[in-house]
Design a protein around this ligand. Structure first.
Ligand code: IVH
Length: 660
């Protein structure tokens, strides 16, 4: 490499750094970034006199963001050295032993969470502030956004809190939630997030905490920067202590002494990766004893007592046979690549979303191209890059169709959006998607109305809008292919059953822009019935906890539309029984405060929280005098002991289900 090429590489890496940390929208994969960075480090080793002050090796980290107060870290926030190679782990072990005068230490093995680092300070057991890493010495104070995370206690679960506790951890998004956010972004014509980590980092930097709340971030902690070190001797004990305070901690922690145990932990976690609800990008190996950590020491950026082994993403090479488009519920037209099926990370991938025209142009993707597909632990495969030297002469650039593939009406690109849209309200594909959503599990939950049946019902003109579903008769159903008396009765029964619906589900089923499950729960809790909601002004809506300006405007606009109002009236006249008052006020959960602990079998915590809220209850993160009930799943945490001490009624999962 020449010196000019070295400078060029520095610039290139800075560009990537900026796209990653500031725009939260990288254009290369982490793996590619790491490879470039590794190359830079190698060159600098060979030519130390070349090293420029502005080289990314001299300062790796994110910048501060306008709009946030900065927070100085009392203890610097270090990063971790990382490697994809077994040899370097062996070298790490040797170096550690040398630094410990030849003694073999115990290691604490952990998941490497693929999120964004956070530090949270508690003063006398009460949340004081939270900050991002920033440049390691100073970060952004993101307290308002962090406080929207349900599992983060605002008060520690102890009667004997330290004066100051500073904990370090990772803010992340579950994969399902990430997928949902990206789907919404596609539909909203916004650029999608490259991965859950960027989405989490971007969400932490939102200036509107209500918007941040709707992202449903999560957090776990894995280190203590300030705290009662006099009584905590190992990294393992740090985890135990944080857990005892009611803080969310890592799962899958293991202790080991022998190198072979490190490999078996690594292999086990690699297999487990696909099953996790969130992304990890490797494992972290830490010397367990805190005194030994001190003895080994750290540089100004990284510890010498810990390292990360990263899993290389699994990639596959294949051909794009075609690019088709999907029409979404809101009319967003999304290009999808049809691939020569390829097996990556244990699953066969035959299609992959390309999101929008801009993304296709940015990656320079043509029909006929050979592309690299990547799938991390992540369930969503993506095109990383085109193998240009494999581009055939017949490769064809793709252009967004000018007409909707479903209704043939012109598609348009609205100002400020990257998506193209079909604006035709009668578009059959939009109608189909809208109706499918209406009957889905999360909305009206109508069984026996699958794809085939729905398509036929629309084709025959029996249903065009949701209320038509409640006008279906046995005669109409018997006119469909494959329908017999028994299947018709089953479907009619499901439709009948769906008429008893909670206000929250009903609001959700209306498919108002930006109103997902959480928002529907919040709205249902604060209004008496659907007409009450329909009369609220934007200001009144914004005053409801959890509702931001954009959502409020969308709700207001929805109820201004005469068509929407008459559709609601029609459904109510056809016998829909939207329950808010009986269920919530009469239910034993009405007005009661629940705290959740341990893992449930039948529900996620979010689902359990929704069920409680639907019945007029509230959910809080820590056990206190105001707690009425504790819902305790398997392996409950310290909240369980505390609840027992305070004589709080404890619900097992079975008892909870019965009470519903
Ligand atoms: S410890 C002094 N433990 O990885 C060491 N970090 O690449 C500080 N990370 O900045 C970090 N899982 O954001 C630690 N189990 C874990 C981790 C972890 C994820 C993140 C963290 C750190 C980055 C370094």
């Amino acid at each position: 490499m020449t010196r000019d090429e070295y400078i060029q590489l520095c610039h290139e890496l800075w560009q990537h750094n900026k796209r990653y940390y500031i725009d939260c929208s990288p254009t290369i994969s982490d793996y590619e970034f790491d490879v470039l960075m590794q190359r830079l480090i190698e060159v600098e080793k060979q030519h130390p006199h070349w090293i420029e002050k502005f080289s990314p090796t001299q300062r790796v980290g994110e910048s501060l963001t306008d709009g946030f107060q900065s927070a100085t870290h009392k203890v610097p926030m270090l990063s971790l050295p990382n490697t994809y190679s077994d040899e370097e782990i062996v070298d790490f072990i040797k170096r550690v032993e040398k630094n410990l005068d030849g003694k073999k230490p115990e290691y604490c093995l952990e998941l490497k969470m693929d999120g964004t680092a956070i530090t949270v300070v508690y003063e006398k057991g009460v949340f004081a502030y939270a900050a991002t890493r920033g440049n390691g010495l100073m970060g952004d104070n993101v307290s308002q956004n962090i406080k929207t995370i349900n599992e983060l206690p605002l008060k520690l679960d102890t009667n004997n809190p330290p004066d100051i506790l500073e904990v370090r951890g990772e803010v992340f998004l579950e994969l399902k939630q990430f997928e949902k956010l990206n789907q919404n972004r596609d539909e909203d014509g916004l650029p999608v997030w490259a991965n859950p980590r960027n989405a989490a980092a971007g969400s932490l930097k939102l200036l509107n905490p209500k918007e941040a709340a709707s992202r449903r971030l999560r957090v776990v902690f894995y280190a203590m920067a300030q705290g009662p070190f006099e009584k905590i001797l190992t990294q393992y004990e740090v985890h135990e202590y944080l857990k005892s305070l009611g803080l969310p901690v890592l799962t899958e922690i293991a202790l080991c002494k022998e190198e072979v145990q490190i490999w078996s932990f690594r292999d086990r976690i690699h297999k487990l990766r696909e099953k996790l609800a969130f992304e990890i990008d490797g494992v972290v190996i830490k010397v367990n004893n805190l005194k030994s950590q001190e003895q080994i020491g750290a540089t100004s950026k990284i510890p010498r007592w810990a390292t990360a082994y990263k899993f290389a993403p699994e990639q596959g090479m294949t051909k794009i046979n075609d690019i088709i488009v999907n029409v979404g519920r809101t009319g967003a037209i999304t290009p999808v690549a049809i691939l020569e099926p390829v097996s990556v990370a244990g699953s066969t991938i035959a299609r992959v979303t390309l999101h929008n025209q801009d993304e296709i142009e940015r990656k320079d993707i043509c029909i006929g191209d050979t592309v690299i597909i990547e799938k991390g632990g992540d369930v969503i495969p993506k095109v990383v890059s085109v193998v240009l030297k494999e581009r055939p002469s017949y490769a064809k650039a793709w252009k967004m169709p000018t007409q909707c593939p479903s209704c043939k009406k012109d598609v348009v690109k609205l100002e400020g959006e990257v998506a193209f849209r079909c604006l035709n309200e009668q578009c059959p594909e939009k109608t189909y998607r809208h109706l499918t959503f209406f009957v889905s599990k999360e909305a009206m939950d109508i069984d026996h109305l699958g794809v085939k049946v729905m398509k036929q019902l629309i084709e025959k003109g029996y249903i065009q809008k949701p209320s038509d579903i409640y006008n279906l008769t046995k005669e109409k159903l018997l006119a469909l292919d494959g329908f017999k008396s028994k299947s018709a009765s089953k479907l009619l029964e499901s439709i009948e059953k769906s008429k008893d619906v909670s206000l929250s589900r009903f609001i959700m089923a209306l498919d108002i822009r930006y109103v997902g499950k959480t928002t529907a729960d919040d709205l249902a809790f604060h209004v008496n019935d659907i007409w009450d909601l329909s009369k609220k002004s934007v200001d009144q809506l914004v005053a409801i906890e959890g509702i931001g300006e954009k959502v409020a405007v969308a709700i207001f606009e929805y109820f201004k539309d005469e068509g929407n109002l008459s559709e609601i009236t029609a459904m109510l006249e056809l016998g829909l029984n939207v329950q808010k008052s009986q269920k919530t006020l009469d239910h034993m959960f009405g007005g009661k405060v629940f705290v959740l602990t341990g893992s449930l079998n039948k529900f996620t915590r979010d689902e359990a929280a929704s069920l409680i809220k639907e019945r007029g209850g509230k959910v809080s993160s820590s056990v206190g005098k105001k707690t009425d009930f504790l819902l305790a799943g398997e392996s409950p945490g310290s909240k369980y002991d505390k609840a027992q001490k305070l004589n709080i009624e404890i619900f097992t999962e079975e008892k909870f289900i019965e009470s519903l």
